[in-house]
Design a protein around this ligand. Structure first.
Ligand SMILES: [Zn+2]
Length: 70
């Protein structure tokens, strides 16, 4: 039995005010999931987003992970 990823990545909550939904997706799929949701459901409007409560933490994680702080 392998349980390699349990400590690192519980998933990132994405919230959409228009749909009143929250869904969790893996950190490396967040940008994709948001883009796809907004394109398919909101004509590309930027409505769904990472939960603001943890957006700062995620920004840190993502920036560290992917080097997006530039
Ligand atoms: Zn939506």
């Amino acid at each position: 039995m392998t349980a390699g990823t349990e400590s690192g990545d519980p998933g990132v909550p994405i919230v959409c005010d228009a749909c009143e939904t929250t869904s969790r997706v893996p950190l490396d799929a967040v940008a994709d999931a948001i883009e796809r949701h907004n394109e398919q459901l909101h004509n590309g409007d930027d409505i769904a987003t990472v939960d603001p409560d943890i957006a700062d933490q995620i920004a840190d994680l993502v920036a560290t992970d992917l080097g997006l702080l530039e």
